[in-house]
Structures are given as C-alpha cells and as structure tokens.
Ligand binder design. Structure first.
Ligand code: ZN
Length: 197
C-alpha cells in the first residue's frame, strides 16, 4: 500500500507499467474505494494538478479525480462546466466518453506522470461525458473547455494511454531528452514524490 504515511504522496511516472495497463471497472463501491478516492483528492491537490487517474497512484481501476479551478470556465461555458466546476474536487468511477464533437482544438498539455513535458495535443473540442460519483450519483453532460480536455486526458490513462501518444513525432522530438530521462527514471523508480508544506 502506497499511503502508509499520510505525508508521503507519490505519482507513478512514465516507464512504470501500471500506466500502460487497461484499468479494471469498479464494481460495488467499498470502503477501500472511498479511502482511495480521498487519497486521490489529497494527491491531486498536493501536486496542484487538474486531474488524476487511479493508475497514476498505482491502482489499475477506473477511477478519476478532477480538481479544476472555477476560473477555468470557458467564456461560453458548456453545460458540464457550469454543472461540474463548482463541485470540484470530486472523484468519479467508471467514466465514459459517449461521443465527441467533430471540431477539434489544439492546446498545450502536461501530466503529473510526465513532469516537465508540455506539448500541444489536438483533441475534440467537446465530449459527451457519463460517469458515476463515488456516492452513486449519475453524471451525464456535454463538457467543453479545459474540463472537456481534462476528461479525455484522464480517460486515456484508464486505457493505458498517455498524452504523448497523441502528439506528432515532430512535436515530440522537441521534448525528446525530457522523455528519455522520464522513461529511464520511471522504469527504475516508478514514481516521484513531493514534499508537502
Ligand atoms: Zn495525465
């Protein structure tokens, strides 16, 4: 178990095989799931991330924590942003993308599992999102803006994909050194830690 010590927050980094596995669906919610959800919120806040998927903390299950600031709301907000941004942070289980918009957007993306790597990624501008909260409440809405992007990024994690898999080789070449270092470090240490104030 990763979290014996409350102050020890870790995120698994690229090179760790847990990030390449397809995560398992969550069945009935157990006290262990609730404990993991609480920890994921602590970790995503400690690392000041906007989202965190369970495989990033070493658990290959379909659970995601979102932690987007209210200020990330689009000028013309999607229904999902209006509904979900005021509820942050929260955890969902078995999230799904039902459909995506035909129009796409290019935006710089980073990931707690690939620290220091920021590259532009093209993704659909909006997604129709479905998930359950840890308390069994159904979420079903169209999400755009940073939220729509974050949902796509986090759900990729549950299928063993990383955002760099979606980047053009020419773009990726610009961060090749960081990527190589990350891969080597991840294969050896599997995670990085941060100190919490
Ligand atoms: Zn990520």
């Amino acid at each position: 178990m990763l979290f014996r010590n409350k102050k020890r927050y870790v995120v698994h980094t690229m090179g760790d095989p847990v990030l390449r596995a397809v995560a398992q669906p969550v069945g009935a919610v157990t006290p262990e799931h609730r404990q993991l959800a609480e920890k994921m919120i602590e970790v995503v806040q400690a690392f000041e991330g906007v989202g965190l998927a369970a495989p990033q903390v070493g658990e290959s299950i379909r659970m995601v924590a979102f932690n987007l600031p209210l200020e990330s709301m689009s000028d013309v907000p999607s229904v999902g942003e209006e509904k979900l941004l005021p509820k942050m942070p929260f955890v969902v289980i078995n999230p799904e993308i039902i459909s995506v918009s035909p129009d796409t957007e290019m935006r710089d993306e980073g990931c707690l599992s690939l620290p220091d790597v920021w590259v532009p990624v093209e993704r659909p501008a909006r997604v129709f999102f479905r998930a359950a909260t840890i308390d069994g409440e159904l979420i079903e809405c169209e999400c755009g803006g940073l939220l729509g992007r974050c949902i796509q990024h986090e759900l990729d994690h549950l299928d063993g994909k990383l955002f760099v898999d979606r980047v053009e080789p020419a773009e990726l070449a610009k961060v090749e050194r960081e990527m190589r270092q990350m891969q080597r470090y991840g294969e050896k240490h599997h995670f990085h830690r941060i100190k919490v104030k």
